[in-house]
Design a protein around this ligand. Structure first.
Ligand code: NZQ
Ligand code: ZN
Length: 396
């Protein structure tokens, strides 16, 4: 196992009614005038907005609002937020929503202390954004999936070709996140299940790396994967199942908290995310759905291109899906088949064609996915390999 540093500077206030800490906790971080940011208005329909305002008023906190942050958030929302924050003399940012709102707010937190255009905030060769300070940020999560509530990254869509780019720095970890599972009761089925697919993919992208005997990380990871498989379908049956919503919400946070399941492993390239972001760029497709569409094809490609890593896929099948098969190749394929069944059970589209992807776009998507270099760690993916995966995922 490689050396590592583990630090999660975000405090989680988890459970029913935790919103009660909001005002006083903002004050402990020096907040007096809050930039309150949210998405397209779901928080006004489900009562979360009113609950937030009540707490801010009770603590005598002034506020300025930024609304309308879209899924796959755009740089224009970030620029608007930076401008609002500066013009109104805000000193704290509160993001209320899913990953899109949280991500836009992280980029705003970086941008308000940055002397340059917001487009210069994207990660550079060091893998981090070029910042030395950031405004304090807290989040109230309303949809489980991305892990943005406990991590230091943000994904922002930019330019006419809707390229998804990353803002990332430890200074952007939220100071605290309020995680009330009841706030996710109103998330539509499609987005709830896309969120579950996203969580599962974050876990898998940290699992399928070179095997370096990071046993604590991998056994914990397998446990969280099992929870996602079990509890996502419970939400499908009953969207107000508190414990299922709670487990999925905590799985979302744990999956990317400090990249804890990657510790001691070689740096990954998150190949499924690299390919998936290109589908979102071209079709504005929901993030988690892109990952469900690509994962089985990526797994089968990797097993055949890098058979030396077959034991990892066999272990995944045995430990996550309880497959009792001694032959590694058969076990690995049964694991992929069970994953396909899971995606069908949570109503993900069966293949890229059903999801509306055009066959003639596949080569362009493959080219864009490797624009900044090859993807993959177990099997290296250049344009040809990505295209093979996309073609396999096209028919499912
Ligand atoms: O905008 P509103 O009206 O709030 O509606 C949203 C949106 O339409 C709705 N929603 C959220 N909470 C709700 C609700 N509807 C009813 N009741 C609630 N309680 O759900 C829809 C999707 O929201 P969004 O925030 O876009 O979803 P998600 O959390 O999946 O975020 C996706 C974004 O996160 C990025 C993705 O690339 C994508 O841009 N990611 C961020 C990561 C990170 N920061 O670490 C990692 C991820 O891999 C991912 O790339
Ligand atoms: Zn993701």
């Amino acid at each position: 196992m490689d050396n590592f540093i583990y630090s999660i500077p975000t405090t989680a206030y988890f459970g029913k009614g935790q919103i009660k800490v909001l005002g006083e906790t903002i004050k402990t971080y020096g907040g007096s005038k809050v930039l309150l940011a949210y998405g397209g208005g779901s928080i006004k329909k489900n009562g979360i907005y009113d609950a937030v305002i009540e707490q801010l008023d009770k603590a005598d906190l002034a506020r300025v609002e930024l609304s309308g942050i879209q899924p796959n958030p755009r740089i224009e929302s970030v620029e608007e937020g930076i401008d609002l924050f500066r013009r109104n003399g805000c000193d704290f940012i509160l993001a209320v929503g899913g990953g899109s709102t949280l991500d836009a707010c992280k980029a705003i937190a970086a941008g308000v202390e940055f002397d340059g255009p917001a487009t210069d905030l994207f990660v550079n060769e060091s893998g981090l954004s070029p910042i030395y300070d950031a405004a304090p940020l807290a989040t109230i999560l309303t949809m489980a999936g991305t892990g943005s509530e406990m991590d230091m990254g943000a994904v922002i869509t930019v330019g006419e070709d809707h390229k998804k780019k990353v803002v990332m720095h430890p200074l952007l970890n939220p100071r605290f996140s309020i995680l009330d599972p009841e706030y996710t009761f109103s998330v539509p089925e499609y987005h709830s299940m896309a969120g579950a697919a996203d969580i599962l993919c974050h876990l898998m992208e940290q699992y399928f790396t070179n095997d370096v005997a990071a046993k604590v990380q991998d056994r914990m990871n397998e446990g969280v994967m099992k929870v996602v498989l079990e509890d996502a379908v419970k939400i499908l049956a009953n969207p107000q199942d508190y414990d299922a919503r709670a487990n999925i919400m905590w799985a979302s946070s744990m999956a990317l908290a400090g990249f804890q399941f990657l510790l001691g492993k070689p740096s990954p390239t998150f190949p499924l995310h690299g390919m998936g972001h290109e589908l979102s760029s071209m079709y504005d497709m929901t993030h988690g759905v892109t990952l469900a569409l690509l994962t089985p094809a990526w797994m089968r490609h990797t097993i055949s291109a890098a058979p030396e890593h077959l034991p990892i896929f066999a272990r995944f099948a045995r430990n996550v899906f309880d497959i009792r098969e001694e032959d590694d190749a058969k076990a690995a394929e049964q694991g992929v088949a069970r994953l396909v069944e899971f995606y069908a059970a949570i109503k993900m589209p069966a293949n890229l064609r059903d999801a509306g992807v055009r066959e003639e776009d596949l080569a362009v998507i493959a080219g864009k996915a490797v624009e900044n270099g090859k993807l993959g760690i177990l099997a290296s993916l250049g344009k040809d390999e990505v295209l093979q995966i996309l073609r396999a995922a096209f028919t499912g």
